[in-house]
Design a protein around this ligand. Structure first.
Ligand SMILES: NC(=O)c1ccc[n+]([C@@H]2O[C@H](COP(=O)([O-])OP(=O)(O)OC[C@H]3O[C@@H](n4cnc5c(N)ncnc54)[C@H](OP(=O)(O)O)[C@@H]3O)[C@@H](O)[C@H]2O)c1
Length: 274
């Protein structure tokens, strides 16, 4: 078995590559620039870069790139790849998915793989714990506080290592072809509780200042496209007092417990500290 991990510097991809290597699978790590040592240059949106990256491989882990998926399918078939694990999105199973551009772009890639003749496994995560990096890491580092709307909104963040462990399991063990795994974190927590865990990890209290929805839109627009802002506002406003969906799919399929947000916070202390 030889596995190609596209986006092997990404927060999920890096753990997929590490997990495969740990499992004894020969891994080819790619990035678009390919400049770092040990990385092959490959861009899922530039099909001409793919045959060389895939040569001799029979497994691949990919990110969802709708513009390049037809080229990827052709190159994967040409190289003799058997099984592709896609990092998709839980958005594809949410109500109104057909009107949500994020869901549509992930579903486009899923459909192309379903019709490709290749074996596939889809990992459809809900909210990544890493989202808290771009929401709050800078303000915690620079101002020692966070400002947010809807602090009582509940979420079940997923550790990137758990998504990667699922991908490694799908690649290395039989029985996962044709399966789509919708994955959430193991516990429902309010946003205020997430901040509390971050404070515990870095060893100081982090005050939470509540923003009005209008103030939040202005703040979020500094780092997010309008679609992302409206998606987040809709998700948060509808999650106040509503326990978030959790899932036990990680322990069931990998045999290891899912990471809690407290563990994630401890793994990321340096991101929230000066
Ligand atoms: N955030 C969420 O809550 C959430 C929820 C559900 C699903 N998702 C999915 O998860 C993805 C983010 O995963 P992540 O946190 O691991 O992302 P990340 O840390 O930002 O890494 C993204 C990786 O994708 C690679 N990449 C980007 N464009 C590429 C291309 N054209 N060809 C090949 N590789 C390319 C990058 O490779 P380079 O090294 O070349 O830059 C990078 O390694 C989202 O895009 C979405 O599909 C996210």
């Amino acid at each position: 078995m030889v596995a190609v991990v596209f986006g092997a510097r990404g927060s999920v991809g890096r753990h997929v590559a590490a997990g495969l290597a740990e499992a004894g699978v020969p891994v080819r790590r790619t990035s678009r620039s390919g400049s770092a040592e040990g990385f092959v240059a490959a861009d899922l949106e530039r099909p001409e870069t793919l045959p060389a990256a895939l040569e001799g491989a029979d497994r691949a882990f990919i990110y969802a790139k709708p513009d390049g998926i037809d080229g990827f399918v052709a190159a994967a078939r040409g190289a003799g790849v058997r099984h592709v694990v896609l990092l998709s999105s839980g958005a594809v199973v949410n109500p109104g998915a057909e009107r949500n551009p994020i869901a549509v772009s992930h579903r486009t890639v899923e459909t192309a793989l379903e019709e490709s003749g290749l074996e596939w496994t889809f990992i459809r995560p809900g909210m990544f714990a890493t989202n808290t990096l771009w929401w709050w890491a800078r303000s915690i580092r620079d101002e020692g506080r966070v400002r947010m709307p809807y602090p009582e909104a509940q979420t079940a963040p997923i550790h990137e290592k758990d998504m990667a462990a699922l991908a490694v399991t799908a690649i290395t063990r039989p029985g996962h072809a044709g399966q789509a795994y919708t994955i959430y974190g193991p516990e429902s927590l309010t946003q205020r509780e997430l901040v509390k865990h971050l404070g515990n990890a870095i060893g100081r209290d982090i005050p939470v200042e509540e923003l009005t929805p209008d103030q939040a839109r202005v703040e979020l627009a500094r780092t997010m496209p309008p679609i992302g802002v409206e998606t987040m506002m809709r998700v948060w406003s509808s999650s106040v007092g509503v326990p978030a969906r959790t899932s036990a799919i990680v322990p069931e399929l990998t045999g290891r417990p899912a990471h809690t947000f407290a563990q994630w916070a401890r793994d990321h202390v340096s991101d929230f500290s000066r």
